[in-house]
Design a protein around this ligand. Structure first.
Ligand code: AMP
Length: 193
């Protein structure tokens, strides 16, 4: 839709785990337990990805930065390449809403399509509409692990709200609505609609 790459550090880690790379072996347990991959590793992964040619006309960062240290590292990277962030979009949802959404989330390991068991279920139970593979639950979408991830979010990621507010980049969006109005708001903010 926007013709810029969607860069998700979580997707990069999951691909590495799936492909049994050295990085994948290093981070597998951390992801399964819902912890954060150490900043030095994550920053290096982000740097490598952002240096690729397809990022020269823009990109969407998803799940990075997640700590103040990562945000400072990203600032330095952007300074070095004379680039800047246009917006930091904070999609606000209560912990209860997030637990509901993630615990009922399923995904297709073959094509990556994401489902929610109640709001966007597959047409045939347990089977991906797109490619016919069996859909599964992410190991870190078990309720106990979601609660750990939320605890880490409040401790380590939430401070980024003030960090980016002070820089004048933060835009808050009500994330407790359906996907369509949230998407429309985001497109309006970035000037696509
Ligand atoms: P996500 O798909 O964004 O929910 O990320 C899945 C998991 O990957 C997280 O729970 C972390 O274990 C790891 N991860 C992704 N992005 C980061 C990041 N910026 N810093 C540290 N760990 C990350």
């Amino acid at each position: 839709m926007l013709d810029v790459p969607h860069i998700s550090t979580g997707d990069i880690f999951r691909d590495n785990i799936k492909n049994h790379t050295k990085l994948g072996q290093k981070v597998k347990e951390i992801l399964e337990e819902g912890g954060l991959v150490p900043d030095v590793i994550t920053n290096e992964i982000a740097k490598e990805r952002l240096e690729r040619e397809d990022c020269r006309k823009g990109y969407i960062l998803d799940g990075y930065p997640r700590t103040i240290d990562q945000a400072r590292y990203l600032d330095d990277l952007l300074d070095d390449s004379d680039e800047k962030l246009d917006y930091v979009i904070n999609i606000e949802s209560s912990d209860e809403c997030i637990i509901d959404r993630l615990s009922k989330r399923r995904y297709c390991p073959a094509c990556g399509r994401i489902y929610h068991l109640l709001s966007t279920p597959p047409r045939k139970e347990g089977i991906c509409d797109i490619c016919g593979a069996k859909i599964i639950q992410r190991a870190d979408d078990k309720e106990e692990t979601i609660r750990d991830r939320l605890r880490i979010y409040h401790e380590q990621t939430k401070p980024l709200i003030d960090y980016y507010k002070q820089k004048g980049l933060l835009v808050n969006i009500d994330g407790e609505r359906k996907i369509k109005p949230i998407l429309e708001d985001i497109l309006k903010i970035i000037g696509v609609k």
